[in-house]
Design a protein around this ligand. Structure first.
Ligand code: SF4
Ligand code: FES
Length: 240
């Protein structure tokens, strides 16, 4: 165990005019998760500290934040992953409005999902038995369905942050990819057209930040590029 300092960006809209950092000293082992440290602070030192968490195991996607400049899930990062001799900074996700401390308003993230997913995907007509899918067809979207909607990709995408805040975001495109490449659904063309617009898939400038930060290791940029390739021929068909 060692004494470590967590410097946490705090903001309470009811009492603060601007955000500020507060430092907390706790005893922690290198194998403790940053989420354990936050829990220790909230449970033992300062119950007013606000952050989201639920599963504690990289499944619910609720504890995305920026730790020593790295966009990640607090439950997946160990104290020993950082040079804790100089203290560890913890900040809320970028791009989103801060509600309190490390809690951000995630609505714009899900708005992107709603935009590309306005209705349930249309499955193939009812069949007598199960809808069969080959192993190869299933493998096409295997990576995409690992997404836990944590918003880490959107919160570190330079397009969303600086260039086009209306961009639906990498995770929304990934969700569309999942339905476009699933052979059991029949409305891929309609979904591709929803994405085929300036703030849709074409806003992506291939910065690869989404792939770098994704805590589930999803090759997000590769999926976006594959979806772009799939949409391009449809574009050409529309031209006179
Ligand atoms: Fe999170 Fe990765 Fe899904 Fe983006 S693609 S929301 S980073 S799990
Ligand atoms: Fe659920 Fe971290 S607490 S993903």
């Amino acid at each position: 165990m060692a004494t470590i300092t967590l410097k946490i960006r705090r903001f309470n809209p009811d009492t603060d005019s601007s955000p500020h950092f507060e430092a907390y000293e706790i005893e922690a082992a290198p194998t403790d998760r940053i989420l354990d440290c936050l829990n220790k602070i909230r449970w033992q030192l300062d119950s007013s500290l606000a952050y989201r968490m639920s599963c504690g195991h990289g499944i619910c996607g609720s504890d995305g934040m920026v730790i020593n400049g790295k966009t990640c899930l607090a439950c997946q990062e160990l104290v020993g992953d950082f040079d804790y001799s100089k203290g560890i900074t913890v900040e809320p996700l970028q791009y989103f409005k801060v509600i309190k401390d490390l809690v951000v308003d995630i609505d714009p993230f899900f708005e992107g999902f709603r935009e590309i997913h306005p209705a349930e995907p249309q499955a193939q007509p009812t069949v007598e038995k199960e809808r069969l899918q080959s192993i190869e067809d299933r493998a096409k979207f295997d990576d995409a369905i690992k997404c836990i909607a944590c918003a880490c990709c959107t919160a570190s995408c330079p397009v969303d942050i600086k260039e086009d805040p209306l961009y639906v975001g990498p995770a929304a495109v990934l969700r569309a990819f999942r339905y476009i490449f699933d052979s059991r659904f029949v409305d891929a063309d309609a979904r591709m057209q929803i994405m085929n617009k300036p703030h849709g898939i074409w806003a992506c400038k291939t910065y690869y930040r989404c792939t770098v930060v994704c805590p589930k290791g999803i090759k997000v940029t590769k999926a976006i590029l594959e979806a772009k390739d799939r949409i391009r021929p449809a574009d050409k068909k529309q031209q006179p």
